[in-house]
Design a binder for this molecule. Structure first.
Ligand code: MCN
Ligand code: CUM
Length: 796
């Protein structure tokens, strides 16, 4: 009889184990960057530009220097003398650290004050006099390429205009031929507005340079400590071993904490100059106005269709507004991220995508917000296009999708843009969703309601998305290959510590990585501590974003556990006095094949690694694994929403929302559900209420939480989650696929599709997000599409 330990009881894979990190979080005992106080620490504040585009004629900081308690005032001019006025971005562009020649967006960093406390520093910022000469402003790609447009990046050689790149992928001629042969061509054009991650904790850093040891320690809010270490080594020209980046607890990242921000660089320089620790903590309006926006893309495209509903080809064009600096964190070789993952769920023979990126007088944007490098925009366009095409054909939404899905038996499947999808049961997921929402019945209700003047709508979004940024063949950032790592040390008592190159920001890695160790070794999850975020102790990794932690670092945890198991097997053979070939493994225990009662536990092997190893064996039980995934992971999701629209006010309410997610094997089902609910909440917020844009003068409109609304439990609709479809990832060691971003990526289209379905009789093809009541009302009342593209009137 098996004596294996019970996997669920020890908190292995499949256990909805409570999150261990919550023990400190719900007690208020988390340790965030702003909680850290170092002896002699000073405080830094940033002076930001009130104008979106202006030449700097002069900066007079003399009054600021005179304020008691001020230790240092940094300006662009001073940075320039140290070659630090500009820094490289993660997309091979440059970004101003502190402005020298011009300011290029409202909120841009102009000067920094370092003082005894943050209040003195803030007052001193206000005492700095900057003489600006206003310049014409650009807030969208049309203005950017217009005849006579001012050149925003006149600091750059070989930059005669505002175009950053023109890029294309796919088969132009093939698409041409397919469109010529189509029965029906369906078209759609839309704008995916800027959106903002708005984590509870803003960005910040504490730089601590020690002259005696020459070591620079930076506590900061980064999602990718090792990338930051590489960037600091480059910018500050310090050797890597003298730089230690520590990411303590992070109060939400959502992509906001991937880029390198000027505040980090300034606090580091200030600490080097003053030889004291310098803390910079961004405030909420600074966060909303100047850091890590996402999206802001104009998408248009068309679909070539056969009359029976078969998709023959897709063509897409993207205009991306990157703001004043191209600072996206994304794989180096793709200019518009993974936009070309669009339509991966569908069996489409040919596709072509063109993309153009332009500068504007807006904060650098386009970095992700819960999105694997533009996948959110790709899937939004895809699912909006699918609905428009089905409507143009007069076909049922669900039937149209089902007929075009990549069928289960077609994997591995090469998408027309060249990705390899490897697994899924798309039709089955759709069926689960349709049953849950009671599809046929709802369509009847909808027709009846319409005859009484009530507007009900149903929106579907189905998608597979590439999660897990890696393999190193195709993906790198700044030339650094995208793999990840895990180190596992098993102590003498069989307790263990695991470290990875990822960095949890709320996703629960401290809980789930221990579950993977439990699954592989039978060591109870509670006996395994997880540590991430310190470059002096963690093995090299590329950090957490693109839902890559489970696909890459999580895989490394499984692989390092297997290395440990291989060594433990040798120890077991020694202890049981048989040869290794005669040893069998069951969870938590090795035994002799011919005598299953004779066995040793993994804990007994751990003791032996320190106290009773065979002659010639290296003592200890620890290992490191670097994992380079062969492919991305491709989870699949079906989101279906029903709504009622009030034609009098344009207000819409969610009646039901069903989510069917197949992310392969779920390590911790409860955490996965939390991730999905969080993502759906953000999807709802983006589609319904989150409004941040720009007026014609480049003023950021909505950079406060009165306008940019965060839904609370009160506004958020209920979600019904389904987990019955599990298609293990064929190349992941435990069959898991990423999940962190799915719902935020696929969710928005379901909400928007539902509202447009409700008002289908008006002939309106598009309302841009957010679907604010006035926009919906305008569409219903005047039967016209409503664009949300900037500029807006300042009083909107
Ligand atoms: N998980 C699981 N089984 C799976 C897949 C994942 O149990 N098959 C678990 C993982 O072990 C992990 C969590 O779910 O605890 C998310 O895993 P994964 O999909 O690998 O995503 P990451 O850990 O890489 O998280 C990144 C992703 C991104 S890119 C953004 S943005 C985002 C998101 O996660 N930011 C978040 N979710 C967030 N959730 C919180 N609370 N805070 C953020 O800042
Ligand atoms: Cu892309 S937002 Mo997340 O990938 O950190």
């Amino acid at each position: 009889m098996s004596q294996a330990v019970d996997e669920i009881k020890i908190g292995g894979i499949g256990a909805s184990r409570k999150r261990v990190e919550d023990n400190r979080f719900i007690r208020g005992k988390g340790n965030y960057t702003d909680d850290i106080v170092l002896p002699g620490m000073l405080h830094m504040e940033i002076l930001r530009s009130p104008l979106a585009h202006a030449r700097i004629k002069s900066i007079d900081a003399s009054k600021a220097w005179d304020i008691p308690g001020v230790h240092l005032v940094l300006t662009g001019e001073m940075m320039a003398t140290r070659n630090l006025a500009w820094m490289p971005t993660l997309s091979y562009d440059t970004q101003a650290v502190l402005a020298t020649d011009k300011v290029r967006f409202q909120g841009q960093e102009v000067a920094c004050v370092i003082a005894d406390d943050p209040y003195i520093a803030k007052d001193a910022c206000e005492a700095i006099v900057v003489d600006y000469e206003p310049l014409p402003v650009i807030v969208n790609p049309v203005q950017a390429v217009a005849e006579g447009a001012p050149v925003i990046r006149d600091d750059k050689e070989n930059q005669p205009d505002n175009v950053i790149y023109d890029w294309e992928v796919g088969d132009r001629d093939g698409a041409e031929r397919a469109f010529a042969a189509a029965d029906v061509v369906s078209k759609l054009e839309l704008h995916y507005p800027r959106s903002h991650p708005s984590p509870i904790e803003c960005c910040g850093s504490i730089a601590d340079f020690n002259r005696a040891t020459s070591k620079l320690t930076v506590y900061m809010t980064t999602q990718a400590p090792h990338i930051i270490r590489a960037a600091v080594a480059m910018v500050a020209e310090l050797p890597e071993h003298m730089i230690r980046i520590i990411s303590p607890d992070i109060g939400g990242g959502f992509g906001n904490k991937v880029p390198v921000y000027p505040g980090y660089v300034c606090s580091i320089l200030a600490s080097i100059l003053l030889e004291r620790p310098v803390k910079w903590i961004e405030d909420k309006s600074g966060n909303l106005i100047s850091t890590g926006f996402a999206r802001d893309v104009y998408l248009k495209g068309e679909m070539a269709l056969r009359r029976d509903g078969k998709i023959l080809a897709v063509r897409m064009h993207t205009d991306a507004d990157h703001g004043a600096f191209f600072s996206d964190a994304q794989p180096s070789k793709f200019k518009i991220g993974l936009m070309h993952s669009a339509f991966a769920a569908y069996d489409i023979p040919v596709a072509h995508l063109t993309a153009r990126g332009t500068y504007s007088n807006k904060a650098p944007g386009g970095v992700a917000y819960r999105c694997s490098f533009r996948v959110t925009e790709a899937m939004f366009f895809q699912e909006r296009m699918m609905q428009a095409a089905a409507d143009d054909l007069g076909m049922d939404q669900a039937a149209f999708r089902r007929m075009n899905f990549v069928p289960d038996e077609a994997f591995p499947h090469r998408t027309p843009f060249g990705f390899l999808t490897d697994s899924g049961q798309y039709a089955k997921c759709l069926d689960v969703g349709l049953t849950a929402i009671d599809y046929d019945n709802f369509r009847d209700q909808q027709a009846q309601a319409r005859s009484r003047g009530r507007l009900l709508g149903l929106g579907i979004s189905t998608m597979t998305e590439p999660l897990g940024a890696g393999n190193s063949r195709e993906y790198d950032i700044l030339g650094i290959k995208m793999f990840d790592s895990a180190e596992l040390k098993v102590h003498m008592t069989g307790k263990a510590i695991v470290r990875t190159g990822a960095r949890t920001q709320g996703q629960g890695h401290e809980t789930t990585w221990a579950q993977i160790v439990a699954h592989e070794l039978g060591i109870p999850a509670e006996d395994v501590v997880v540590e991430e975020g310190d470059t002096d102790t963690a093995p090299f990794g590329m950090g957490t974003y693109a839902s890559r932690s489970t696909p890459v670092a999580g895989a490394a945890v499984a692989m390092v556990s297997r290395k440990i198991r291989a060594k433990a097997r040798k120890l077991a053979a020694h202890l049981l006095e048989v040869s290794e070939e005669d040893i069998e493994w069951e969870l938590g225990r090795f035994y002799v094949r011919s005598a299953p009662d004779r066995g040793v536990t993994i804990q007994e092997c751990a003791v032996a690694a320190y106290a009773n190893m065979p002659d010639g064996m290296e003592p200890g039980l620890d290992a490191t694994a670097y994992y380079d995934p062969p492919n991305l992971t491709w989870p699949f999701a079906v989101y279906i929403v029903t709504v009622e629209v009030d034609p009098q006010t344009g207000v819409w309410d969610v009646l039901n929302m069903v989510a069917v997610d197949d992310c392969g094997v779920r390590i911790n089902p409860m955490i996965v559900e939390g991730q999905i609910m969080g993502g759906l909440t953000e999807a709802y917020a983006m589609s319904n209420m989150q409004f941040i844009t720009f007026d014609a003068d480049g003023n950021c409109v909505g950079a406060n939480y009165m306008d940019y609304l965060l839904p609370t439990a009160w506004e958020t609709p209920g979600f019904e989650l389904h987990s019955e479809v599990v298609t293990p990832c064929p190349h992941h060691p435990i069959g898991a696929k990423g999940i962190g971003e799915c719902a935020a990526v696929g969710g928005p289209a379901a909400f928007v599709n539902a509202v447009l379905d409700a008002i289908k009789d008006t002939g309106v093809r598009n309302i841009d997000m957010p679907l604010l009541p006035d926009r919906v009302w305008e569409a219903v009342t005047y039967h016209r599409d409503v664009s949300g593209a900037p500029p807006v009137r300042s009083d909107d």
